[in-house]
Ligand binder design. Structure first.
Ligand code: BTN
Length: 249
């Protein structure tokens, strides 16, 4: 599908599609053909939007921010999940600047009023054995009509939290400014500290599930790689790199 320029992003390498399969797929292809650090793929509509753990990401056309940022981080492979944490931190900071009170639910959900407003899917791009890029994919429910049945899905939107129609492109620029700032500091302790400050997971009793396995216990910490350290009632500490979290107390 053809892309066009988005005037507010002039000066920044970008590809804007009115409709595409997945911005992450387009960004991966562009990364492999030489896109620079910070290049952005955006779409008004995805026909094959992807979420974590093989799920589908649904958003009504024009209702959301659907973007993928191409990063070329210098991180050890085991700390690549920091890119995902960074995406959540960048968005939380942008929303906080708008007077909202976002929270981050491990690993990557950005919540407003306890409901999911955005999700992040970062994917490594390999060229043979070499990590050539990481695609940071972010989907933000901007308008209240982003999802057909948001309440039933425990989801919400920036519009619902703000009580007015947000400027989608202003939010994009604010988010990209935060991503640009943090992408130069992916290895800093401050990134994890900021994630912790927005966390609604740490210090809570939770259930984490991955496939058929569930662990219930206290979310004690995240480590340097962004893994969740969960203490179950038998005293064991479990290190989780992926999963879904339900918050209890
Ligand atoms: C999640 O499951 O919470 C992550 C959702 C990530 C969705 C975004 S929308 C833009 C980018 N392109 C995709 O196909 N997925 C991500």
């Amino acid at each position: 599908m053809a892309f066009e320029p988005l005037p507010i992003l002039s000066g920044r390498p970008h590809r804007y599609f009115s409709q595409i399969g997945s911005t992450n797929d387009a960004a991966t292809a562009w990364a492999l053909s030489g896109a620079p650090e910070g290049a952005v793929v955006l779409a008004d509509e995805q026909t094959a939007g992807r979420g974590r753990l093989g799920r589908t990401w649904i958003a009504a056309p024009g209702s959301s921010l659907l973007l993928s940022v191409i990063l070329r981080p210098r991180l050890a492979p085991e700390t690549l999940p920091r890119v995902t944490l960074m995406g959540a931190v960048a968005l939380a900071e942008a929303l906080a600047d708008w007077g909202l009170s976002p929270g981050i639910k491990w690993p990557n959900d950005v919540l407003l009023g306890g409901r999911k407003t955005a999700g992040i899917l970062s994917e490594a791009v390999w060229s043979g054995d070499d990590l050539t890029a990481v695609v940071l994919g972010i989907g933000v429910n901007v308008r209240a009509d982003a999802l057909p049945d948001a309440a039933a899905l425990n989801a919400t939107s920036v519009e619902a939290a703000l009580g007015r129609v947000p400027d989608r492109w202003r939010l994009l620029l604010d988010l990209l400014a935060r991503i640009d700032a943090w992408s130069a500091r992916l290895g800093d302790a401050a990134l994890l500290d900021t994630w912790r400050a927005y966390s609604v997971t740490l210090g809570r009793c939770i259930t984490a599930t991955l496939g058929e396995t569930a662990w219930m216990g206290m979310a004690e910490a995240i480590d340097e790689a962004g893994a969740l350290l969960l203490r179950t009632d038998d005293g064991q500490l479990h290190r989780l790199l992926a999963g879904d979290v339900t918050l209890h107390g």
